[in-house]
Design a protein around this ligand. Sequence first.
Ligand code: PSV
Ligand code: MN
Ligand code: MN
Length: 431
Amino acid sequence: KYADPRDRAFIADDNARLSKDLDADYAALGTILQRRGLDIDAITNTVASFGVAIPSWGVGTGGTRFARFPGRGEPRHVFDKLEDCAVIHSLTGATPTVSLHLPWDYTEDMPALRQRATALGLGFDAVNSNTFQDRPGQPLSYKFGSLTHTDAAVRAQAIEHNIDCIRIGQLLGSKALTVWIGDGANFPGQQHLGRAFERYLESTAQIYAALPADWRMLIEHKMFEPAFYATVIQDWGSSLMAAQTLGPKAFCLVDLGHHAPNVNIEMIVSRLVHARRLGGFHFNDSKYGDDDLDTGCIDPYRLFLIFNELVDAQWRKAPDFQPAHMLDQSHNVTDPIESLMTSAIELQRAYAQALLVDRQALSDYQQGNDALMAAQTLKRAFTTDVQPILARARLQKGAAIDPVGAYRRSNYRNECANKRPSAQNFGGGIV
Ligand code: PSV
Ligand code: MN
Ligand code: MN
């Protein structure tokens, strides 16, 4: 039997079974935290205020360059995607915005899309441009690059697309444009490394000039793929140089999967905070490369250490610190809605754990060069089970204590399978 998982009464009913146990667990944790001088309700309220954007492309089943195995009842178009995003937000209370990818999410009627989003209680975060693939009927090809192409006409086409994205984003109430390009070289010698970067700066300066006053441009770096020898914006150094060259509205976006294995991402975050250029994140997890696995599923400690830097920056009142939080994942073997819900919760978990760090003690241990106790201070926060805080934060907002359980009980996926005839040309699966 189907029940709409966005229905408040359905969620309240589901919560009724679980709230007594939650009260007991929350009270027990509250006592433990009180002994550490922490007020559990204050932490719960801070966690409740955390939001992360759902990538529109994430609600469809992903794929690899070998194959894509579509799931049941996948969204057929951007309006269906919005419905799925609303389910995720209703059950978690943690995903109030959606990040669109154009042209994958293009529709003639953007005002209608905005209207539907508003009715569903959703807003729009950064708009992502796409010049890493050709769309049908496009005059010039991006096979050998887009914003950095050797041919000025191709560059102009790519610039125009980014400016279109800004215009469309304005219709939706977005405030940022995320630019990731696949431009680069597959062979040594194929591309003049310096000139390609210069062309990037020239092209992005034109996009930057079209940014409305209250917009940001987020520059996303990535080490490799699809260019396997050299990528033009391959690391945070190139990204930071570009942002600093472009001007105060340009920031760096850190996609966790876009670095070499073992790179110290929390250190990159710290440096970008220092440079006042940390623009936002694409959260995911990885073991090898740009795996786009669910956030926190491989290395939750790394995620915690990143949030530790973010909370530290808040604590120190770092200037120009307003990073956008977005997910960027590919779900190949799970129901994307379940993956996205649990991923949003993993972010809240890392945030809650980071809020538990005794910052004064940590600072004193650092000052006194007490390496062991400094490390233990972080570990003590990380190993605290904050589950009751996360559940209580959801309950307070009318969301579900057990989002995946409630989602499964609602039979939403089954309902989608009946309502949505299989979508063959779903955009956004493979990249
Ligand atoms: C590239 O790997 C990337 O992380 C960029 O953010 C793209 O926009 C996204 O993936 C598309 O899936
Ligand atoms: Mn990304
Ligand atoms: Mn990626």
